[in-house]
Design a protein around this ligand. Structure first.
Ligand SMILES: *Cc1c(COP(=O)(O)O)cnc(C)c1O
Length: 372
């Protein structure tokens, strides 16, 4: 049997008639950038998240950078970012000229540790940028309290958290402003790149709307030095078709996660993902931890099971950030996670047999070992 890490085509096949029709409508209409499809998706996604404003942009990375720019965070400012995040979070901060301040996560939730955040605050700190890593909401109550006490902005990196909940609110509605990505592999994915910024703040939303479109409010008149960063009509049309299925697809992911949790509960030496009180992950990834990561990955690969490592090298150790001169070992929690994490298949279009097979092989790996 073969179980791919993630296949994207089955989602298209499930909705093929609807998606083909939506694309066809856009193509025939002849309006391809910033039209009705984008406007309608912005409204629908804002309603889904229960936020006031949603602005379509070109990618998740652009969404993050635009959040910072709209809040006037830049040169001379520091932004707190988890040390174990995907590189994009850090890239957004350095792109606007601010200093990225890495802070260690809690090793069990793998999300920002609020007590570490508190310690990292200086007079130059402008914002805290928590990531809802792997789909699990960060500890937003504590983070917001720290932000309020120090007058800081909270920007959510919700690129992995479409539909996740935190005490009955959706991720994306938990800070001052949030960034989503619609990269094809995300829980809500387009057929190319895309993203949005969401916020309850009308002024921030208006700035993002202007910045995404050359800094222009009136065509050919430019109030700001903006960007070309727009969600296009074809991607928005696809997202309009897919959004109504997001909750059902997330429920399937949740079901697979529960199957894994039950199957692996008794395995010693395998750290399972957790959902703290009040947190409902959208299970973007199902990430286990083990000291024997490469052996397990190899064992599963030999049996036709695809796995990935999210992520093998923390941002502070990347060559891209060599100029920060942060000595290796400065962030031991991020290092340890990078050395141990392994993501198992968890897409909404996996089959019951596929999941059963992954459960059997992972359990088999650790059993075999005990007999030796
Ligand atoms: C995917 C991702 C991004 C970037 O989104 P893109 O659309 O690929 O630019 C940012 N942060 C996190 C945590 C992500 O997983």
């Amino acid at each position: 049997m073969k179980v791919s890490f993630l296949e994207l085509a089955p989602a298209y096949r499930e909705l093929q008639a609807e998606i083909d029709e939506a694309f066809h409508k856009v193509l025939v209409k002849g309006w391809y950038v910033l039209g009705e499809e984008v406007a309608s998706f912005e409204q629908e996604f804002a309603d889904y998240l229960d936020v006031m404003h949603c602005v379509g942009v070109a990618s998740g990375l652009d969404a993050l950078a635009l959040c910072l720019e709209a809040l006037e965070v830049g040169s001379g400012h520091e932004v707190i970012v988890p040390s174990n995040t995907y590189i994009a979070t850090a890239l957004a901060v350095t792109r606007v000229g601010a200093k990225v301040v890495f802070v260690e996560p809690d090793p069990l939730t793998r999300n920002l540790d609020p007590s570490e955040v508190q310690r990292a605050i200086t007079s130059r700190t402008a914002a805290i940028l928590p990531v809802h890593l792997y789909g699990l909401p960060a500890e937003m109550q504590a983070i917001r309290k720290i932000a309020n006490d120090h007058g800081l902005h909270v920007i959510e990196d919700a690129a992995q958290a479409h539909g996740a909940r935190y005490f009955n609110k959706r991720a994306g509605g938990l800070g001052d402003v949030a960034a989503f990505s619609f990269y094809p592999g995300k829980n809500l994915g387009a057929f190319g790149d895309g993203g949005v910024v969401v916020t309850d703040d009308a002024a921030i939303a208006e700035r993002i709307r202007t910045l995404r479109n050359y800094g222009s409010r009136v065509k050919y008149y430019n109030d700001m030095r903006g960007h070309n960063s727009r969600l296009d009509e074809l991607q928005a049309a696809a997202l309009n078709v897919k959004l109504p299925y997001l909750d059902a697809w997330n429920a399937r992911r949740r079901h697979w996660a529960q199957r894994y949790n039950e199957a692996f509960a008794q395995i010693e030496g395998l750290v399972l993902p957790i959902e703290p009180e009040g947190c409902e992950s959208c299970w973007h990834l199902y990430v286990v931890g083990t000291e024997r990561r490469s052996e397990l990955q190899h064992y599963l690969a030999e049996r036709g099971i695809g796995t990935l490592i999210h992520y093998p090298l923390p941002p502070y150790r990347q060559r891209a950030y060599a100029d920060l001169l942060i000595p290796p070992g400065t962030f031991p929690v991020a290092d340890e996670l990078a050395n141990r994490v392994l993501s198992l298949p968890i897409g909404p279009h996996l089959s019951e047999e596929g999941i059963a097979y992954v459960c059997e092989c992972v359990t088999g790996f650790f059993k075999r070992d005990r007999r030796v």
